[in-house]
Design a protein around this ligand. Structure first.
Ligand SMILES: Nc1ncnc2c1ncn2[C@@H]1O[C@H](COP(=O)(O)OP(=O)(O)OP(=O)(O)O)[C@@H](O)[C@H]1O
Ligand SMILES: [Mg+2]
Length: 260
């Protein structure tokens, strides 16, 4: 039997913060999870439960109080260029053009290689013609695409995304979800994606990890075994979505409200 080694392994993660009054606040409790190479995993859970904290630990920004995260079987103890983190608030550099932003992390390539990589990603995010535009000339959705392209161009094998579409309006968000699925299909990166939007998680992920209230434990891991791009009217899609709503403790009215 071939046992596949996980790309990312969370081993018994616990995290406590010390509050200002000296009290201990436990945020994560016994989190165990394996993520396969090339897998798209979404993490959902109530606000303040510890989603960002978990991602920060996986990326090496924070040390757990107990347990460890391994990537390619190596314990994570600091951030690394092979893994990039995309935040909710856009952090493209305002003083650089679209091309310069995308090429920012490319230090080891020849100028020709660099141009080729930039061209490829500009095309992938649909911003051909905007290569020399500055962020102030772009919409929120365009800026977020530049951010994603910049992250991908630096050649990471793991992407950590913390509500990367959270600041966008609903329509742009829908479009960006579809774009993200397409980019992931082309690039086959391992993605760990935090969202509090259940619909978003079922549209994007191979598996959805549902966290409990703080201290967060894994309440359930739900497989989303549906072909992409996903048909949002498919009864199986709706069943999985409602199952996750229920796991998050939303009653029937919550589910109905969320459908509107
Ligand atoms: N540096 C810190 N020091 C103390 N407490 C912290 C720190 N960072 C986060 N916390 C606490 O840890 C808990 C989890 O925070 P976290 O940001 O991980 O939640 P989240 O699930 O990402 O929430 P949201 O959905 O609102 O983004 C919160 O109660 C927060 O107050
Ligand atoms: Mg958060």
């Amino acid at each position: 039997m071939i046992v596949e080694t996980p790309k990312i392994e969370f081993r018994d993660i616990e995290l406590c913060f010390t509050a200002e009054d000296g009290a201990k606040v436990q945020v994560l409790d016994s989190v165990n999870l394996n993520v396969r190479e090339g897998e798209f995993v979404c993490i959902v859970g109530p606000s303040g439960c510890g989603k960002s904290t978990l991602l920060n630990i996986a990326c090496g920004f924070l040390k757990p109080s107990r347990g460890q995260v391994l990537i390619d079987e190596v314990p994570v103890d600091q951030p690394n260029r092979r893994r990039v983190f995309i935040f909710q608030d856009n952090s493209v550099f305002p003083w650089l053009t679209v091309s310069q932003n995308i090429g920012f992390g490319l230090a080891d390539q020849s100028p020709q290689e660099k141009d080729e990589i930039i061209r490829r990603y500009v095309e992938m995010i649909g911003l051909t013609g905007f290569e020399h535009a500055y962020p102030r000339e772009l919409s929120g959705g365009m800026k977020q695409r530049v951010e994603i392209a910049r992250a991908l161009a630096s050649g990471p094998d793991v992407l950590f995304m913390d509500e990367p579409l959270g600041a966008l309006d609903w329509l742009t968000r829908l479009k960006m979800r579809a774009d993200l699925v397409e980019i992931w299909r082309q690039e086959k990166k391992t993605i760990l994606f935090v969202t509090h939007d259940v619909e978003e998680s079922v549209q994007l992920a191979d598996r959805v990890v549902v966290l409990s209230d703080r201290p967060a434990q894994i309440r359930a891991v739900v497989d989303v075994d549906l072909p992409r791009p996903r048909n949002l009217d498919d009864p199986e899609y709706l069943r999985i979505r409602d199952e996750i709503f229920e796991l998050m403790g939303l009653d029937h009215h919550g589910i109905e409200a969320a459908k509107v």
